[in-house]
Design a protein around this ligand. Structure first.
Ligand code: ADP
Ligand code: SF4
Length: 706
């Protein structure tokens, strides 16, 4: 596919997305991005990149392209992408909000939202912004041009200017909600588009044919209350006009939706199915003569073919599909479609991005570990102790992953033993929560992989006790027996035991009682949530849809607080509100009778009559089997058991992504000196007297010495 002066080898486009490395950790960035290129993505972008110190986004570890040092680090990443024959792209951003820059403090003196008048718009947290003077406008355009030249010098093939997510200055000039100017840069469509036209005209003139230039354009800022309604950009309003107006200045269009809350673009599978942006973007390609990229949770090769053939777009854009499986294009090319590790749309990756943390993924334990641990998602070395038989007890996320990787590492025999009749552990009930159905792909991918491994045997309906494990005949034992929700437990907020709830007798239930065992739930339900993620609100939705009168009591400031990081929170709360769920935050249950609860809410105690109470509280590690085995060390030795390890929730209940990672990590390092402890990983830091050997797995600098 031709993109101005550049040619992409296929139609797979890794869209710009943050991974937590920025330009300060170029080896991490290179490892991460180059793996996408190796996996067959014909176009690989880095991420939204700050073009000048005045738009620094620290503490977010995002890329910067300010100076010669940034060019050098970026060139290193670009070269690694080029080694695999892919085009390298960069998204240049003049982030048009006041921001919380910790490093660039004071530099952002312009106040960047383009408003008229002396006193600017309030932008939250007591801050306002100042209007841009005409010379500011020229200077900011110049910053774009210089950054584009630096991008060219770093070797980028594609240079995208960010005009999406109502985040950048190009978008802010364009959108009436932000632009209240009355001069030549405000008011009419042509005036609001003037900044973009002038900026791109100058950049193109400076770049010549050295790189392709594109716009990432937010075509719809969506309806209120989540969006900004008619004062925003509308896909069936000004968006086609803008595309036609700017088409001569771009080599490609990267179309997205959503406003400042980019969670509406990167929606989770709870609210968005595949190609969910089609209603906003499908009609737009006809307004352009240039190639168009779409995103929208593309996962299935059939959908990808459909959207290309139907003329909706020219490139399949994705971030998450490539995080979950960097080798998706290559697997399609080689006809290994069943091997694709499909994204489940949980947005756990997004949660780390929002928290400015290192990229991780629920499906793909290797993501972000390319450089620092040397993990490759598709390559597994034979374990040096492969002539061992391994018994893995429990086939939840941790056990499945561990058995699969042990199988791929060529262990002689791996037996995966599961008490129930199915793979998946907690996922079997978690996926009954509304909107979590797609999480079953975590099971399906591993089920298929396990079925292909001749050295792995899965045995169901067998609950092993310690005597049976001792007698089993395996040399290595991995306990992956998971966790269960407690009927009492401690609240993480006040650390008080909630054993008084036993007064409720049969009326007291856990999430597993409801969703796994199918125990009946009465009409009036109170969910006590101290868990803080999707289970409490998910159960509320499940039961409210089933006609129950649901109240949720949580001591937290926000119900399901972690869903703020997965960018699901606002939609979730609106949905619960529409279902009539009574949400009481900042509230605690202080006592219980056989049919009622005392609820302390903002200093007042009230009685609440209940038919059922569901405690979404502490989870207890099911570590009994592990402890008993460890306590019988003499018998372990007598029975030829060299080591007993534990992974996943039975170590400590945690996110599913962590259970998968812990199973993967143990199997990757099953032949290390002490597999129970993770091997040191490479940190990317300034090192005095550094040599290349300091930055390789197992290298000099990572040696603990003592
Ligand atoms: P994790 O997330 O750590 O994988 P889960 O709780 O999801 O944990 O899964 C643990 C799995 O282990 C469940 O499927 C459970 O049935 C199984 N299991 C627990 N104890 C035993 C046992 N003694 N023998 C076999 N399987 C077990
Ligand atoms: Fe997909 Fe979840 Fe992985 Fe993100 S964390 S790529 S949403 S599976």
């Amino acid at each position: 596919m031709q993109l101005g002066p550049k040619t992409a080898r296929n139609r797979f486009w890794q869209t710009p997305h943050a991974a937590g490395f920025g330009t300060e950790r170029p080896s991490h960035m290179a490892g991460y991005r180059a793996m996408k290129a190796e996996g067959g993505w014909g176009v690989v972008f880095t991420e939204a990149t700050s073009i000048a110190p005045e738009v620094d986004k620290s503490p977010a570890p995002l890329a910067r392209l300010w100076d010669e040092g940034d060019i050098r680090n970026s060139r290193y990443v670009v070269d690694r992408i080029h080694e695999h024959g892919s085009l390298a792209g960069i998204e240049l951003e003049y982030h048009s909000s006041i921001g919380f820059s910790t490093e660039g403090r004071g530099l952002n003196a312009r106040g960047v939202i383009p408003v008229a008048g002396e006193s600017g718009l309030p932008v939250g947290y007591a801050a306002t912004c100042a209007a841009l003077e005409l010379e500011d406008i020229e200077e900011i355009q110049d910053l774009h041009v210089k950054a584009a030249l630096r991008a060219r010098d770093a070797g980028f093939d594609l240079i995208t200017f960010h005009c999406g997510h109502a985040a950048s200055i190009l978008a802010h000039f364009l959108i009436p909600y932000y632009n209240t100017r009355t001069d030549a840069y405000g008011g009419s469509f042509e005036n609001r588009a003037r900044f973009a036209r002038e900026t791109l005209t100058k950049a193109r003139a400076a770049l010549g044919d050295s790189a392709a230039v594109g716009l990432r354009f937010g075509v719809d800022t969506l309806d209120e209350p989540l969006g900004i309604g008619e004062r925003g950009m509308r896909a069936h309003g000004e968006a086609p006009k803008f595309i036609a107006y700017m088409d001569d200045l771009v080599d490609y269009w990267d179309l997205v939706i959503g406003g400042f809350d980019w969670g509406l673009d990167a929606q989770s599978s709870r609210t968005a199915k595949e190609n969910h942006e089609a209603p906003f973007v499908a009609h737009l390609k006809k307004h352009s003569k240039k190639p168009v990229v779409n995103v929208g949770r593309f996962n299935s090769p059939d959908t990808m073919v459909d959207v290309i053939r139907s003329g909706q777009c020219d490139f399949i854009g994705a971030a998450r599909a490539g995080i979950s499986d960097p080798f998706l294009p290559e697997k399609i090319r080689t006809g290994r479609i069943e091997d694709i590790r499909e994204c489940i749309g949980c947005n756990f990756c997004v949660s780390r991005d929002v928290a400015h943390a290192h990229q991780i993924c629920t499906q793909n334990a290797t993501i972000g570990e390319e450089f620092r641990r040397g993990w490759h998602p598709e390559r597994f070395t034979q374990a040096s102790n492969h002539d061992n038989d391994v018994l893995v007890v429990g086939a939840g996320p941790a056990g499945m992953e561990c058995a699969m990787v042990l199988g791929k590492r060529g262990m002689r025999n791996v037996h995966l033993i599961e008490a129930t009749g199915q793979l998946g552990g907690c996922l079997n009930w978690v996926t009954k929560i509304p909107g979590r159905e797609e999480w079953r792909r975590l099971i399906e991918y591993r089920e298929f992989q396990l079925s292909k491994l001749n050295n792995v045997t899965t045995i169901f309906n067998t609950r092993l006790d310690a005597d049976e494990v001792l007698d089993y005949g395996a040399g290595l034992v991995v306990v992956a027996t998971g966790s269960r929700y407690s009927r009492a437990g401690l609240s993480p907020y006040d650390r008080r035991p909630m054993d008084f709830l036993s007064a409720l007798g049969e009326r007291l239930l856990t999430p597993e009682d409801v969703l796994e065992a199918g125990k009946p739930v009465g009409e009036r339900v109170v969910i006590i949530d101290t868990d803080g993620y999707f289970v409490g609100p998910g159960l509320a939705e499940y039961l409210a849809k089933d006609g129950h009168a649901v109240t949720v009591v949580t001591p937290a400031e926000a119900l399901g607080h972690y869903t703020k990081f997965t960018m699901e929170y606002r939609r979730l709360m609106l949905d619960l509100e529409a279902l009539g769920v009574d949400i009481r935050t900042g509230s605690t249950v202080t006592g219980a009778t056989s049919n009622g609860l005392q609820v302390l809410s903002h200093g007042k105690t009230s009685d609440q009559a209940v038919d059922s109470v569901i405690l979404v509280g502490q989870r207890e590690a099911q570590s009994g089997l592990y402890r008993e085995l460890k306590g019988r060390s003499a018998q372990l030795a007598e029975n030829g058991i060299e080591a007993v390890y534990r992974i996943g929730d039975c170590v400590r209940p945690n996110f599913i992504a962590d259970a998968v990672f812990s199973g993967h990590r143990l199997a990757r390092e099953i032949d290390s000196p002490n597999p129970a402890q993770p091997l040191p990983f490479v940190r990317e830091r300034r090192l005095i007297d550094a040599t290349e050997d300091d930055f390789v797995v197992g290298g000099r600098a990572t040696s603990p010495l003592y």
